[in-house]
Design a protein. Structure first.
Length: 281
């Protein structure tokens, strides 16, 4: 959304939506989820972006630093930005414990408080995909990256497990406001190519997967029910309706059972789209 061209009413609605997103990601314990299921995903993105000593790196929608901390460990000068203060506070403690110097900034992915071309690498690991207005976010990713710099993204695909999980919770939450786009669209090659357009070159997109393991489908469901912001919010909204709560339990359990390729435990491959590109110019 172009804030400069928005009416007062549109800006009010947009601010309410951002406040809702901020509160959602403060629910539960997202860092615990990231530790349990995607501990290495940020490092994979850092390697794909070829982050090295002295690089100026911005991690957008960084959460608690799943990608920012590995980038700092690699010797880069890293700024981690996120909409949710609680996640930044956790990330700051984790970075300090890892001896990784990271600057933590409160920021909206759709209106980044940084200068044009300020960074050598601009990246986001399953983060910017949740900003509601995709073109606005993409424009900001490109804007703050220097010409010739690298843009790197990891996003869950619509067809992959997390994309399906987000779809499974959709009937249990209020519909998004007009103009807000589904997060898993960032996991579609055609969508990303259209968002970035001719402002990038050497666009490389590949589908990969991360393997997760839980004792049972119910263990997966319980972790996400209590710790993953979007799922916590879905359950919170139906807390007074035991029938709908049971139905959502069933839907998530069945989703995990269908994805399970394990024997004694629940083993799943969660697909994501890894994107790297260089800013043109």
């Amino acid at each position: 959304m172009d804030a400069a061209g928005a009416t007062d009413a549109e800006q009010t609605l947009d601010q309410a939506l951002k406040d809702k997103h901020r509160a959602m990601w403060a629910l539960g314990d997202y860092p615990a989820v990231a530790d349990a299921v995607i501990p290495d995903l940020g490092a994979i993105l850092v390697r794909a972006c070829e982050v090295g000593p002295g690089d100026r790196v911005l991690d957008v929608a960084a959460g608690a630093g799943n990608a920012a901390i590995p980038a700092a460990v690699a010797g880069a000068n890293v700024v981690a930005s996120d909409l949710t203060p609680q996640l930044l506070e956790i990330g700051q403690r984790r970075a300090a414990a890892a001896g990784a110097p990271v600057e933590w900034r409160l920021a909206d992915a759709e209106a980044l408080p940084f200068g044009d071309g300020e960074f050598d690498v601009v990246m986001s690991c399953v983060g910017v995909m949740f900003a509601p207005h995709h073109q606005a976010s993409a424009d900001e990713l490109v804007r703050v990256c220097r010409p010739g710099g690298t843009i790197g993204l990891v996003s869950w695909t619509p067809e992959g497990f997390v994309g399906q999980m987000l779809g499974a919770t959709r009937p249990y939450v209020a519909p998004p406001p007009p103009g807000a786009q589904p997060p898993p669209l960032w996991g579609r090659e055609d969508h990303v190519a259209a968002l970035l357009g001719d402002r990038v070159v050497d666009l490389d997109m590949r589908r990969q997967s991360v393997t997760t393991e839980f004792a049972t489908p119910e263990d997966f469901r319980e972790l996400f029910r209590h710790s993953y912001g979007p799922t916590v919010a879905a359950y919170k909204g139906i807390a007074d309706d035991p029938d709908r709560t049971a139905a959502l339990d069933h839907d998530l359990d069945e989703l995990a059972r269908r994805a399970d390729r394990g024997s004694d435990t629940t083993v799943m491959d969660w697909e994501y789209l890894l994107v790297t590109a260089r800013r043109a110019g």
